[in-house]
Ligand binder design. Structure first.
Ligand SMILES: Nc1ncnc2c1ncn2[C@@H]1O[C@H](COP(=O)(O)OP(=O)(O)OP(=O)(O)O)[C@@H](O)[C@H]1O
Length: 264
């Protein structure tokens, strides 16, 4: 079994494991080997970014974690459950995609509360939880708006709110800010970090942007070219994430380290 090279700061994370990916491989149609021998331990409360070349299997591992696809070999365990034997409890996993994928005819509030409606939660309770989560993402007052009346960044906030409304333990974000302009993207970085701290969630985040991965994460998982596996893990020390952090020597050094190991 190949193991990833772990580049650690002095402090070692002692938190409980939330998700364990063990020797996962995925072969599509009996011929396309998307993942091979992938291993990763995710601790509660971590924010892990996945970076790697296009087609290395980042979305594939997210689909396996979410229970939307089965691994060909290996296991993904969320606390005590194993996706090989039974699907993960989806209510504990939220998913945010690159595009907001909102229903255009439904109001912001109705979009956000859709997962609760599907679970049969009463209208009164749905509205309460929906308004709470809209406040959390900074969209208080927009509950009656339609998606087309919002900017791309605001639509993404709605999409994040919809994923948060069911109070997931684990949030999977597949290039959520990839289609946004740089200023909106940076504003959302701060918002997302605030939400992450406030909710104590565990976040897994796919990005092609190394700067973004260093700014947001507690750990960066670098994946090799297809067939993908984790080739390096970088733990990011607990710097205060503010505008100054982006111009520090530590930030540039981490960006350099991660970039140097991409594509290996
Ligand atoms: N349903 C599928 N059937 C067949 N092949 C697939 C399927 N889904 C993904 N693949 C292939 O598996 C490989 C990994 O795809 P995946 O989308 O997981 O990569 P990725 O790292 O997320 O890519 P990108 O960064 O471009 O979004 C690619 O070669 C892709 O073409």
């Amino acid at each position: 079994m190949k193991t990833a090279e772990v580049i650690r700061p002095e402090t070692v994370n002692e938190r409980k494991t939330l998700l364990k990916i063990s020797n996962v491989s995925k072969v599509y149609n009996g011929e396309i080997v998307a993942l091979t021998d992938m291993n990763l331990d995710v601790k509660e409360g971590e924010f892990i970014s996945f970076v790697g070349p296009s087609g290395c299997g980042k979305s594939t591992i997210f689909k396996i974690i979410a229970g939307l696809s089965e691994p060909t070999t290996g296991t993904v365990e969320l606390t005590t459950q194993t996706s090989k034997k039974e699907s993960l409890d989806r209510t504990e996993i939220g998913f945010v995609f690159q595009h907001a994928t909102l229903l255009p005819w439904k109001s912001v509030l109705d979009n956000v509360t859709l997962p609760l409606e599907l679970k049969g939660v009463s209208k009164k309770e749905r509205q309460k939880q929906g308004l709470d989560v809209l406040e959390l993402v900074g969209l208080k007052g927009y509950e009656k708006s339609l998606p087309r009346q919002l900017s791309g960044g605001m639509q993404m906030r709605v999409s994040i709110a919809r994923a948060l409304v069911a109070k997931p333990k684990l949030l999977l974000m597949d290039e959520p800010f990839g289609a946004l302009d740089e200023i909106t993207r940076q504003n959302l970085h701060y918002e997302l970090l605030k939400i992450w701290k406030k909710t104590n969630m565990t976040v897994l985040f796919i990005t092609h942007n190394v700067f973004e991965s260093v700014f947001l994460s507690t750990k960066i998982a670098v994946m090799s070219a297809r067939p993908g596996r984790i080739s390096h893990e970088f733990e990011v020390p607990e710097y205060e994430r503010n505008e100054d952090f982006r111009s520090t020597a530590e930030f540039s050094q981490l960006v350099g380290q991660v970039s140097k190991n991409l594509g290996h």
